[in-house]
Design a protein. Structure first.
Length: 105
């Protein structure tokens, strides 16, 4: 074992509690940062879904706008993704929602 390695091991042993504290502190800061990012991401998703829902309901009132176009305008990659989201929000598909909306008039 080299002299440098022995000195390093000795320094780590002598200062192990301080090193342990610093490592814990750094990990906790990292975890806090990750938690903040995750929370802000989840809130932004919730807000995005609220806006998408409000726009979808408004656009479904107009029977001239195809459901595929509504999905595209709301930045869904596929109509099926939009349909699943809408059904999760309302319990019915967008086409059923539109039908019910216009059949009650």
């Amino acid at each position: 074992m080299s002299v440098k390695t022995k000195l390093l091991k000795s320094a780590i042993f002598v200062h192990r509690e301080r090193i342990k504290f610093v490592v814990i502190f750094i990990v906790s800061l990292f975890s806090l940062k990750v938690s903040c990012i995750l929370i802000s991401f989840l809130f932004s998703l919730k807000y995005r879904d609220q806006v998408r829902f409000q726009l979808a309901v408004e656009w479904l009132k107009d029977t001239n706008i195809p459901i595929g176009e509504i999905a595209f305008e709301l930045h869904y990659s596929e109509i099926n993704s939009f349909t699943r989201s809408f059904k999760r929000w309302t319990g019915v598909t967008p086409s059923d929602y539109r039908y019910r909306l216009h059949s009650t008039r």
